[in-house]
Design a protein around this ligand. Sequence first.
Ligand code: FRU
Length: 484
Amino acid sequence: MNEREKLLIDQAYKEVEQYRNTVVSDPYRLTYHIMPDVGLLNDPNGFIRFKGEYHLFYQWNPFQTAHGAKFWGHYTSTDLVHWNHEPIALAPSEWYEKNGCYSGSAVEKDGNMFLFYTGNVKDGSGNRETYQCMAISKDGVNFEKKGPVIMLPPGYTAHFRDPKVWKEHDKWYMIVGAQSENKEGKAVLFCSDNLSHWEHLGPIAGTNMNGLGEFGYMWECPDLFALNEKAVLIVSPQGLEPQGDMYHNLFQSGYFVGEIDYEKVHFKHGAFTELDRGFDFYAPQTTLDEKGRRLMFAWMGITDDQEPYHPTIQHRWIHAMTLPRELVLNGSKLYQKPVQELQNLRRNEVSHECIELTKRDVSFEKIEGQSIELKVNTMKLEGEMFDILFRDNARFVYDPVRQRASFERKRFNDNMWEARHCQLDKLEKLQVFMDTSSIEIFINDGEEVFTSRIYPNVNNSSIRFSVKGKAAFNLQKWDLRNTP
Ligand code: FRU
């Protein structure tokens, strides 16, 4: 490790020490989600199962609750639920990454962990350079930087980043998020025999490709993998206009399902589907674990106009990861299931069977709390509207007539209600994970998900049910254990 790297890492740890009390005294600190010790966390990076442990790295600015020269923070876990904070993995110390070790991924080769990430460089007038870099570790904790392995190919602007690497047919592949010179978002494929020398194969999807038409000016954080013999491309496009109930967040994250021909460098795919319908979900990344599960984390945040108003900023931290989710492909639809291991957090089960509800604003004994899991099952809905109000600050609504599900929350800056919607033929099940300042609502075993940060009154634990008409359902609720 060189002097500059040592210095940056020391400064980051000093920042953690200096603000530890400020941060931990925040009543909005989450109790079972991954957060930064101080400063700003964004994308999940380098998610991998390596030598019996899950590793999850994250984009981290220790020095501000705003974006800047990112580090890679690092957590490990044996069960996806309890996470250990590891030493800082990457600090932006070198010329080729001086404005940030931006997002990337991890693979294992010959017992070593290889990280691929974007070295972000900006000059005084904001001009960018981008380098796809490699770092290697024997133990999965200490990394040796090898510098750039890919320079910007012709035809693209310097918005060229977020390498995701995987192995297929005995070859290594990398997909990179890109913007072409004519300002079209693209996903660009490379291949390699040895991880060091990369061949540029070209774009496989993007604006004005494969029948897609105009589809954003930049694609971030692509991730390509096989599921049920299909190829799935997850990507976070920027620049989509709202369309009906879709694309109302500043940026989107979603997927295409199709078939890929690696020889012909061709990906034939269907329509884009948003992964999440809530306010705070971006830059998801997946990995395959030893049980064969395709697991996904996403950043439970986004760089929108609400970002400067998260009240946690007063406590010197901002943002968190979503819960880990398993992806399952049903036809051409991705379902997201909270990983089974989360059941280990359950305690104090409360259940109510066969509730018949015919009015508004009803609460049920012990169905309340702040860090809880709530299941609503076997619904019969004869009415126009069913809704659940969480802590007077967030609401799930289903309208069986319009077959539309909605999530509403109070905006951070002015406390006004704002809403997101999606089409839903039938409401059968809800599984809600609420934490002190977040909510993740899984509908019908993960057919749709609403993920959002919320900032209710810290003493408010109420959950109230309403119906216009008649609803019948079972309720199950657990308190969820704190994870360190
Ligand atoms: C997505 C993103 C990536 C980039 C990283 C920087 O949120 O903009 O494209 O690598 O964040 O932190």
